[in-house]
Design a protein around this ligand. Structure first.
Ligand SMILES: Nc1ncnc2c1ncn2[C@@H]1O[C@H](COP(=O)(O)OP(=O)(O)OP(=O)(O)O)[C@@H](O)[C@H]1O
Length: 338
């Protein structure tokens, strides 16, 4: 079942198109990571999905029904889909009152509000914070209270805008665990924007990439920043020191590129001829996930890169998480995009 379907959705601010999506289907019960560079339209898309901003053009379907952008209809939808902001605003009152806010708006009785608020605060590990002043909390605690506030309302979909962007490592781990529990145990559909590629790989079962407001296809799965350098009359895309790939052309300087997952290869024993080894770079296998008939392998080559391998290859080469491997990137897999 499609949770959201977007058709021809454009958002234009001051004459500038910042979101331009021809077609996007998001399925119910999934955990999607929304990725893309600064200004690529992630927040704009989340605002549209949360029914907070009407797009300039296009149609959105929620659970198969076209969205009608009228306040009365939107109120009901906003109870089902809740966006947890990057910098949540807390009312200058207790944590309990903040978490109960949505429940009070829905007319729930005091005892029920109290139970739901305590349950959701327990889930984010802040049950002992109920009587604390909410506006005095740290960034990480504020983010966790905001998650509890959203959860208390039992939404069908939770949207997060960079939930761990401004929190310490301890809170990041806690928030990631909570997002996983919300999705796996409570069955809530989750869509979260993140700049952290490893976080997206850890949490999401699907990833959506935005670039200049447009969806970038599956080939854009590896979006990498690097430098175009000129050497011996050729141009190379340098991803990190010691790892550069010849490209067709371009002006030396900072660049971004998309690297097709299918064009990134882990060398096996029999591939190891001199030519291959010379072109290869070392990598560590970080994570492996089953994807249909293939295995998606997350490699650390200095930056995270995804590749796709058939099951049989992974089994034959006995590739395991933590292994050090040699990786070759096809020049054809690299597309300079900015
Ligand atoms: N209300 C607005 N009025 C005018 N321009 C806007 C408005 N909201 C967003 N923009 C512009 O739209 C573009 C996309 O912004 P958006 O915040 O969606 O990007 P983002 O991918 O979330 O970025 P970041 O990763 O930095 O948070 C930016 O160029 C931004 O300046």
């Amino acid at each position: 079942m499609n949770l959201f379907s977007l058709v021809g959705v454009r958002q234009v601010f001051a004459g500038r198109t910042v979101l331009d999506i021809d077609c996007l289907d998001l399925l119910s019960g999934r955990n999607y990571a929304l990725q893309g560079p600064n200004g690529s339209g992630k927040t704009t898309l989340l605002q549209v999905l949360a029914f907070l901003e009407e797009p300039t053009q296009g149609k959105i379907y929620f659970n198969g029904e076209p969205v009608v952008w009228r306040e009365k209809k939107l109120c009901a939808l906003r109870r089902k889909v809740i966006l947890v902001d990057q910098h949540p605003i807390m009312f200058s009152t207790s944590v309990r009152n903040n978490v109960e806010y949505g429940l009070r708006m829905r007319g729930l009785a005091a005892r029920q509000r109290r139970r739901l608020a305590e349950e959701s605060l327990e889930l984010v590990g802040l049950k002992d914070f109920v009587d604390r002043p909410a506006h005095r909390l740290s960034g990480g605690e504020t983010q966790r209270v905001a998650i509890a506030r959203a959860l208390a309302c039992a939404p069908e979909v939770l949207l997060f805008d960079e939930p761990t962007a401004s929190v310490d490592v301890e809170n990041q781990a806690l928030i990631e665990r909570v997002i996983q529990e919300i999705h796996r145990q409570k069955g809530v559909s989750v869509i979260f924007a993140t700049h952290k590629r490893l976080e997206a790989a850890r949490l999401a079962d699907h990833r959506i990439f935005l670039f200049n407001g447009k969806l970038s296809g599956p080939g854009g799965e590896n979006m990498v920043s690097g430098t175009l350098v000129s050497r011996d009359g050729s141009i190379f895309f340098e991803i990190c020191p010691g790892l550069d790939i010849p490209v067709a052309g371009g002006t030396p300087g900072s660049a971004r590129a998309s690297l097709k997952a299918e064009g990134i290869h882990i060398l096996s024993g029999q591939d190891m001829d001199r030519h291959q080894v010379d072109r290869s770079c070392p990598a560590t296998v970080q994570q492996m996930t089953v994807e249909g008939n293939s295995i998606k392998v997350l490699l650390d080559v200095g930056v995270p890169l995804k590749t796709i391998m058939p099951h049989e290859r992974v089994a034959a080469d006995r590739i395991l998480v933590g292994d050090r491997v040699q990786v070759v990137i096809d020049p054809q897999a690299v597309q300079i995009i900015a």
